[in-house]
Design a protein around this ligand. Structure first.
Ligand SMILES: Nc1ncnc2c1ncn2[C@@H]1O[C@H](COP(=O)(O)OP(=O)(O)OP(=O)(O)O)[C@@H](O)[C@H]1O
Length: 724
């Protein structure tokens, strides 16, 4: 057995210098190759130019990867002896593999390579195993070392396993070191500290639909992004970047996660929202209504009478029951679309109804309804044109031709007009009425149908929950374009998706390769989402699905997690997060008199920033309350950004936003305002909102209330709260 070197730091510095000099040489060689193609100014004209351009683009990518490696070539080292081998291997693991182009030496192994999985999965007990293309290989691990390299300098070295020594779970030491760092304003990669339970998800089989229930801060979003990078690396022949998609809850979130994939060396994956994608597929024939008004009412503590009914309708629109209803309607439309009667362009010329039916129901049956109708009608027209040739000589005045054209027009009109939106409207109104929603015909129209202005050219406005049914009708009528399908679909915050949305996406991703992640304790849009993951899992066969749980929260300090858990503890259906042992400041709960409420917010924000927070969220109960808080911060000379459901971009620094828009984001410090009994009652809905708000904080959490604190935060709590 190889002995562990005496002076690890010296050895690692030497190795680092060596690797960096090899990387430097390679960069120099690549940079010295002359360029023939200037992408900015010229378009390739010939095949040679296209080839040249590709070569140069690949070279640029290589240069970019090597430059990134120059700063942080690797983050870990593994020494091991594979079964049936006598000598030990020393592997350095990094974000991207580096091979010495001269000697062919593998200087750095890509973290996604099968053997690198040992770095994440090895528990310190017995032999390690990994799945190589030829089967499972066992290995005896001698050393697992974490290395932090920044700007080409070794700044930290932690051995988390040394064979023969007592190993005191020191992995955590490196993880805690990473977690305690203050974050940039965006999400980032975690390749150096992926945990075993996360690694299993990242490397799960390509063919599966995986559903992940993970507590707040358990790394779901991060893990899903790493899984994409892994799938692309392992299955480059089956997975194409432009056919992979991430559905994020809103535009701001898309921006927030946008840096992780490029950092992992993956570009070109579509990161979008379900609504944006759906509107594109629907060719922008409908527009999305501004959600602000609705959110303001729906998230208000004192909901008006209509809200409960609106929730019912919304939930129904996302249900499989409604999908079945639409399916039935479209089958009926299809069955009855061919008009009764023969087509007779003029007396004596007859195209039999039975022929037309045969074309529609047999010959063209593989086409979706709309193109099939068009094909049949085109063929009817061709029949007429042919028939006319026989009688043309007798039709000096052209009256027969005119008659034929008129009869063809009226025959065409007998075929139902297949407009996605109109069909939806009709079905919706009648179905809602059947479901017992009084006055539903009007409600259906109003909900899914206000037009954006006057005149026929304006687009009808719809809501989010109308999009999946519209897409379904679109699919049945028009089918799917060849380039519209996905190789893999990621759905973040999936607890807010409806079964109907999943069903539609299954059509668009025929391989069934999905990563679906969310947290039922954070289902603040419960009126549109699910109550149980089986609602999604049941949509896939047993062999093609897998369910994972992530119960450890990495984002927040122990104090914050315990506080957040306390908020939801009384609701048995919610899973409590387990913190990693990272201690921070106590959560501060403070009563602030109404008159000084704004001033107190300003003081608290200044305080938090002074203590080192780069990103601070000031969180109100609803959007309408954000403006005055924002104004107060600005007046006090602070630079702040207001985030609303209309304007959604995430800029870091100080953000003022309503609690329901904080989902998915994280901030060094969070200040929750007006956590009064009047704002957060003891309902599960309030608990979920407050829980989401609390779990956004990485290091510090402050709570302000003015009159009486919310019952969700008042009960005994083993000393984690200090009233300020
Ligand atoms: N293995 C890890 N090593 C280091 N940091 C981690 C790890 N796993 C998660 N984190 C960090 O924890 C935080 C939460 O991650 P992420 O946002 O992906 O969680 P989430 O489960 O999607 O959270 P939420 O449901 O609350 O939105 C991030 O800052 C992420 O970098």
């Amino acid at each position: 057995m190889e002995s562990v070197p005496q002076d690890p730091e010296h050895e690692e510095k030497k190795r680092l210098t060596y690797v960096l000099s090899r990387v430097g040489d390679m960069l120099q060689r690549l940079a010295a190759i002359p360029r023939y193609f200037n992408e900015d100014t010229s378009e390739p004209q010939t095949a040679d130019e296209v080839a040249q351009q590709t070569v140069e683009r690949l070279r640029d990518e290589q240069i970019d990867a090597l430059r990134r490696s120059q700063s942080e070539p690797y983050f870990g080292r593994l020494d091991l002896i594979e079964e049936n081998e006598s000598s030990a291997l020393t592997l350095y693991i990094g974000k991207r593999g580096v091979e010495d182009s001269h000697t062919g030496d593998r200087l750095v192994i890509d973290w996604r390579a099968p053997i690198a999985s040992i770095f994440y999965s090895f528990s310190g007990q017995g032999l390690a195993r990994y799945e190589a293309p030829d089967g499972i290989i066992e290995a005896d691990v001698l050393l697992k070392r974490n290395l932090a390299v920044r700007d080409g300098q070794l700044i930290r070295l932690v051995d988390s396993y040394v064979k023969g020594q007592e190993n005191l779970n020191v992995t955590d030491e490196f993880l805690l070191y990473r977690l305690s760092e203050h974050k940039e304003s965006r999400l980032r990669d975690i390749v150096s500290t992926i945990q075993a339970e996360q690694d299993r998800i990242i490397r799960a089989d390509r063919n599966l639909a995986i559903v992940i229930q993970g507590v707040a801060g358990s790394g779901k979003t991060t893990v899903a992004l790493h899984r994409l990078a892994y799938l692309l690396y392992q299955h480059s022949e089956r997975m194409r970047t432009h056919r992979m998609v991430i559905f994020a809850p809103n535009a701001m979130f898309v921006e927030y996660i946008s840096e992780v994939l490029p950092e992992l060396g993956v570009g070109g994956i579509r990161q979008t929202t379900f609504a944006k994608w759906a509107l594109q597929v629907l060719d922008q024939k409908v527009a999305l209504a501004d959600p602000m008004n609705r959110y303001e009412r729906w998230f208000s503590v004192h909901k008006d009478k209509m809200v409960e009914r609106e929730f019912h309708v919304t939930r129904f629109k996302g249900s499989m029951q409604f999908l079945k209803q639409l399916e039935h309607t479209l089958t009926v439309i299809e069955k009855n679309i061919v008009p009764n009667g023969d087509f007779e362009p003029w007396d004596g010329a007859v195209l039999l109804e039975s022929d037309i039916r045969r074309w529609f129901f047999e010959e063209y049956r593989h086409y979706p309804i709309a193109p099939r109708r068009d094909r049949v009608l085109a063929r009817v027209k061709r029949y007429m044109d042919m028939a006319y040739r026989d009688v043309k000589a007798d039709d000096k005045t052209g009256s027969r031709k005119k008659q034929g054209a008129a009869r063809f027009r009226s025959y065409s009109k007998k075929w139902s007009a297949l407009t996605v939106y109109d069909i939806y409207q009709e079905v919706l109104a009648s179905t809602l009425e059947l479901q017992g929603f009084a006055g539903a015909k009007d409600a259906g129209r109003r909900k899914a149908g206000q037009r954006t202005g006057r005149g026929p050219a304006t687009r009808p406005q719809v809501n989010l929950e109308d999009l999946a049914p519209l897409l379904y009708i679109h699919l049945r009528l028009h089918g799917m374009g060849g380039d519209e399908s996905f190789d893999h679909v990621v759905i973040d915050e999936a607890q807010d998706f409806s079964p109907f949305q999943i069903a539609v996406l299954q059509h668009y991703c025929p391989s069934g390769s999905f990563t679906i992640l969310g947290d039922l304790s954070q289902s603040i849009h419960g009126y549109q989402g699910i109550g149980n993951w089986s609602e999604f899992l049941d949509r896939f066969t047993q062999e093609r699905r897998e369910f994972f749980r992530l119960d450890v929260s990495y984002r927040s300090t122990m104090e914050i997690i315990e506080f957040a858990n306390h908020v939801i503890r009384r609701f048995k259906q919610f899973t409590l997060a387990k913190p990693v042992f990272r201690s921070g400041q106590p959560v501060k709960v403070k009563q602030v008199p109404v008159g000084t409420r704004l001033q107190e917010s300003v003081t608290a924000v200044k305080d938090l920033m002074q203590q080192g927070a780069n990103t601070v969220a000031v969180v109100c109960r609803v959007e309408g309350e954000c403006q005055e808080v924002y104004d107060a911060l600005i007046t006090a000379g602070l630079t702040a950004h207001q985030i609303t459901s209309r304007q959604q971009s995430y800029l870091g620094g100080i953000s003022v936003l309503p609690v329901y828009l904080t989902k998915g984001l994280e901030f060094d410090a969070v200040l929750l305002l007006d956590v009064d009994a009047a704002n957060y009652d003891d309902s599960p809905e309030s608990a979920k909102l407050l829980y989401v708000g609390c779990t956004r904080a990485l290091h510090q959490l402050q709570i302000h209330y003015t009159e009486a604190p919310s019952p969700l935060i008042t009960e005994e709590r083993e000393g984690t709260v200090s009233a300020g």
